[in-house]
Write a protein that binds this ligand. Structure first.
Ligand code: ADP
Ligand code: GLC
Length: 504
């Protein structure tokens, strides 16, 4: 058998099918299979949350001697569980500690949506535990691929504390930014809790951020290569202060090491022909199941069915990123149009309240469900005529690609991955795959929705466009090859040189 070219460890706080808050889980649920098929021996590390069904996934405790890490001066027990990623031979190692993971919620308290009070300690624990587990399991990674700030401490910990350890001698580190807005910002005491040398925290040091510590920053500075999830987002976060969330200076310094690789989608999970979450499967050749899904969707959301008024769907976290402020501002004008709007999402309390108020004004046109519901998310893709993503910023976005595959025409703002995947339809629908607006404003949003609604009147063009977009290829094939190239580059970098520079 051909020897694997690279031993790759992927570290992620979310992973389909075990845990999911947003698109990161989908990405890490799909990418490993693809890179494994391209010659990478792949292992995944993720937390064992309470919600993960150990029985269903046959998750077993590893028989290892006592393993502990120290956080805030206290010994914390690390338990390692493992399972195969369903349908693959990929090992998933789950990190567990009762105090940190035996609770409801992944990042936040389910009742309030507020971050856990001990987020800081939990993060330190996870990063230290992953490193301890790699050593205990005797893995010699060529690459560790960290994702978002939750694993932003792995690179500095390895460089500062493990450079003499045999397991990490040849290890390159890649840090992927899925969302720059969530950074892991803590006060100066973090250095003490993480049991790092207090001398590391001085003005403008890799750890320091406005007097405290920022783990997004340490991840960016200490990793060999930084990737993000679309070429446009890579440009936006390095070139414009509007999108940099305070990291633009640091990212600019590392510009030549920042790579934008567009996310793909899992064509097996998101396939209208085989999707077992749908009552009616369909294909580009046979669209009648789509009409049945549309009827089911309107019933589910308690809205009257009228073939002539387009159904616009939204599945989203209800947070500032996703454009709910301009949508609320635009709503009175939008509701004058002959449309139905269905929204599925959970998030910030202020939007729950605000949209409840709007819904009361337009009960026969707007329907909301504040819940996390995977089946309904699939039904919205399969039953809506248009899928709306008016994001303020969008590192990649997966839903617009799911929509293409399910034949719901995307309406998006031109930012990040939305810009990289959706092109305006020409007036007769002969070219393009959606409706795109530029300005982040209610006015621009109203205009683009009016354009889509007018286009809907041309039933023939709509059907042709649907069929065409359903056949587009947004699979992981091309992007997975780019990840492998990046891993090879990271593995070959002279990491000690970087350490010396950082210490100087
Ligand atoms: P983000 O990661 O910023 O939330 P993405 O578009 O990359 O945005 O991915 C969002 C993922 O989360 C999609 O798979 C989407 O279907 C799913 N999702 C978001 N909100 C819900 C919800 N309320 N119920 C079910 N799935 C949801
Ligand atoms: C983040 C981003 C989203 C992206 C996802 C997966 O949650 O907000 O745009 O698609 O990560 O990379």
């Amino acid at each position: 058998m051909k020897q694997p070219e690279l031993d790759v460890i992927i570290v992620s706080p979310e992973l389909v099918p075990f845990s999911k808050v947003g698109g990161l889980a989908d990405v890490i649920g799909a990418l490993p299979d693809k890179i494994a098929s391209k010659g990478c021996n792949t292992t995944i590390f993720t937390p064992l949350y309470k919600s993960i069904d150990r029985k269903k996934f046959n998750i077993k405790k590893e028989k290892l001697r006592n393993l502990n890490v120290s956080v805030a001066g206290e010994k914390r027990n690390v338990q390692i569980f493992s399972a195969k990623k369903p349908g693959t031979d990929i090992n998933v190692y789950f990190i567990y500690n009762q105090e940190y993971y035996d609770r409801d919620g992944i990042y936040t308290l389910p009742e309030t949506g507020e971050a856990f009070e001990d987020e800081e300690e939990r993060t330190i624990f996870f990063n230290r535990a992953v490193i301890a587990a790699i050593k205990k399991l005797d893995i010699y990674p060529d690459v560790i691929h960290c994702n978002d700030f939750h694993s932003g401490l792995i690179a500095p910990l390895i460089l500062l504390e493990e450079s003499g350890d045999k397991h990490f001698k040849g290890t390159g580190i890649v840090f992927s930014i899925h969302n720059l807005a969530y950074q892991g910002n803590y006060d100066a005491n973090f250095i003490i809790k993480a049991e790092l040398d207090p001398g590391l925290l001085y003005p403008m040091s890799p750890f320091e951020y406005y007097g405290g510590v920022n783990i997004m920053k340490t991840g960016i500075i200490y990793s060999d290569l930084i990737s993000t999830v679309s070429p446009t987002y890579a440009e936006e976060i390095t070139l414009s202060n509007q999108y940099g969330h305070g990291m633009e200076g640091i990212l600019r310094e590392r510009r030549k090491d920042v790579i934008g690789i567009l996310n793909g989608i899992d064509n097996d999970i998101w396939n209208p022909e085989t999707d077992n979450l749908l009552d009616y499967n369909y294909s580009a050749q046979k669209l009648d199941g789509r009409i049945k899904n549309r009827t089911a969707l309107l019933e589910e959301f308690n809205l009257p069915n009228n073939k002539k008024s387009p159904v616009i769907g939204i599945v989203s976290r209800l947070v500032d990123q996703k454009g709910f402020d301009i949508l609320a501002e635009a709503m009175d004008e939008i509701m004058k149009l002959d449309i139905k709007l269905v929204i599925l999402g959970t998030g910030q309390e202020k939007y729950h309240k605000q949209y409840n108020g709007i819904q009361k004004k337009y009960p026969s046109k707007l329907s909301l469900k504040y819940e996390y519901n995977n089946k309904l998310a699939h039904l919205i893709e399969a039953g809506s005529d248009f899928f709306l993503m008016p994001s303020r910023y969008e590192p990649c976005g997966l839903n617009q690609m799911y929509s293409l595959r399910y034949g719901s025409i995307p309406i998006v703002r031109a930012t990040g991955g939305l810009k990289d995947t959706i092109n305006n339809l020409s007036s007769n629908g002969g070219r393009g795959n959606g409706f795109v607006f530029e300005d982040y404003s209610a006015i621009a949003l109203i205009k683009v929705i009016k354009r889509a609604v007018a286009f809907f009147k041309n039933g023939k063009a709509i059907a042709t466009v649907r069929k065409r977009i359903m056949k587009e290829d947004h699979s992981w094939n091309k992007s997975a090859a780019e990840y492998v190239a990046m891993y090879k580059d990271a593995a070959s970098r002279n990491r000690m040189k970087l350490t010396k520079q950082l210490r100087a």
